[in-house]
Design a binder for this molecule. Structure first.
Ligand code: MN
Length: 423
């Protein structure tokens, strides 16, 4: 697969996250204007409602893009998603015979990304987070329960997940307050209340559901893949000391609900099609409803960057890849719906923490510092076991093509002190 040459020059830079091959969808506003659906191209974004008015998408219904969320478009399914991508490529290719009226429409739709504010790209229906990284599950299990019981007996058979909170899924750039909660160190007799001391990130991908299924109607893995509109970077912020005390027997509760950050651009399944890879070899065969007939995971390079308050530049603390996951998002979605659960447009599925096979490739500070036993040294010389107030954490990711990349932009958040609260 080669770079598709674009009439917008900055999209042809091999370092750009947003070449013509990508065309991720988002929602933007300028000044105090109404948010509108857009695509990213090079240093710019294109207002899709302006392109619609210029008859670039004659097969779409009115007002699909003159909205502050992508949900209406996301609910339309593969044919319409593919149609819009085809029309945009035809419009923007350097060598296409785009007429003067359409060239004018591109100019009218075009805004520098640096001049725009990005909004949540879709209204989140329900948010579910999984635990599908084998290395991560092994590391955390070893720390919490010992090496003998690291992987729970169901782990190789079921994509384990929990139902999270859609209400606190936020767009990149949103500050995150250190949460308050109840904790009990192993050495203490009774729990105490206060600000979390072991605040962490989780590097994940988020799969975004486009097409719903009916309640009571399970879907196959292949049908589940068809339901997925695209992918975002996702940081599942986690309070490890709150989690350790509360998580048995029903899983995380307060430890995960204070914030989940996503990147502003939804990269479509079609843009990633050339980067499909198979899930790793199975130790035990999956039950038939979970087996995939073709590669459904993706080769996406991922990195984590940490910048302390006042520091000029961040330290990259991890480099890993989405292909490390044991279960694909399609398998997770098929499992989610198998018992009769209805999945809706805008539902968000966190992959689970994506950890590679060394402490340079782990997707959380819990693993990198091994529960605080081996603090990490940043480029500034400062030590970190967990996140401190003032730290800015950024996730980046891209599928690497031949002379181009399919990038995701940034998923970033700054840690603010715990709220002032005296019950
Ligand atoms: Mn998670």
């Amino acid at each position: 697969m080669k770079l598709l040459n674009c009439r917008i020059e900055s999209a042809n830079n091999s370092e750009s996250d947003f070449p013509l091959n990508n065309l991720p969808f988002g929602v933007f506003a300028k000044d105090k204007g109404t948010p509108r659906c857009c695509v990213a191209i090079g240093d710019f974004l294109l207002d899709l409602s302006v392109l619609f008015d210029a008859a670039v998408f004659p097969e779409l219904p009115e007002n699909v893009f003159a909205q502050s969320t992508l949900n209406a478009f996301m609910g339309m399914g593969n044919d319409k998603w593919s149609y819009v991508r085809k029309q945009l490529i035809e419009l923007l290719r350097a060598d296409s015979a785009t007429d003067a009226k359409k060239v004018k429409a591109i100019e009218n739709a075009q805004h520098l990304q640096s001049d725009a504010t990005m909004h949540m790209p879709f209204t989140v229906g329900d948010y579910t987070d999984f635990y599908a990284g084998r290395q991560h599950a092994t590391n955390v299990g070893t720390m919490f329960r010992g090496a003998e019981n690291a992987l729970p007996p169901n782990w190789l058979h079921i994509p384990i997940g929990y139902n999270g909170r859609a209400s606190t899924v936020v767009i990149s750039g949103t500050d995150v307050h250190r949460p308050l909660g109840q904790m009990k160190p192993p050495t203490a007799e009774i729990p105490y209340f206060g600000p979390c001391k072991r605040l962490d990130l989780e590097l994940e991908m988020g799969a975004v559901v486009g097409v719903p299924n009916e309640m009571g109607k399970p879907v196959t893995v292949a049908e589940a893949d068809d339901m997925i509109f695209g992918y975002v970077l996702l940081n599942d912020w986690s309070a490890r000391d709150i989690q350790a005390w509360e998580y048995q027997p029903l899983g995380p509760f307060q430890a995960k609900v204070f914030a989940t950050t996503i990147s502003p651009w939804v990269v479509t399944k079609e843009a990633l099609a050339g980067f499909r890879v198979s899930t790793p070899a199975r130790d035990v065969e999956l039950l038939p409803y979970l087996q995939e007939k073709e590669p459904l995971l993706y080769d996406i390079d991922l990195a984590v960057h940490l910048k302390p308050e006042g520091s000029a530049k961040p330290t990259t603390i991890s480099n890993t890849n989405y292909r490390n996951m044991y279960y694909s998002a399609a398998q997770q979605l098929a499992h989610h719906a198998i018992g009769g659960c209805k999945m809706n447009t805008g539902d968000l599925l966190g992959s689970g923490t994506i950890s590679g096979d060394s402490d340079k490739a782990y997707g959380s500070l819990l693993e990198i510092s091994w529960g605080g036993k081996n603090p990490l040294t940043l480029d500034t010389g400062e030590a970190r076991s967990f996140l401190e107030d003032g730290d800015t954490l950024t996730l980046t990711g891209a599928a690497i093509g031949d002379g181009f990349k399919i990038g995701f932009g940034e998923c970033t958040g700054k840690i603010l002190p715990a709220p002032d609260f005296n019950p």
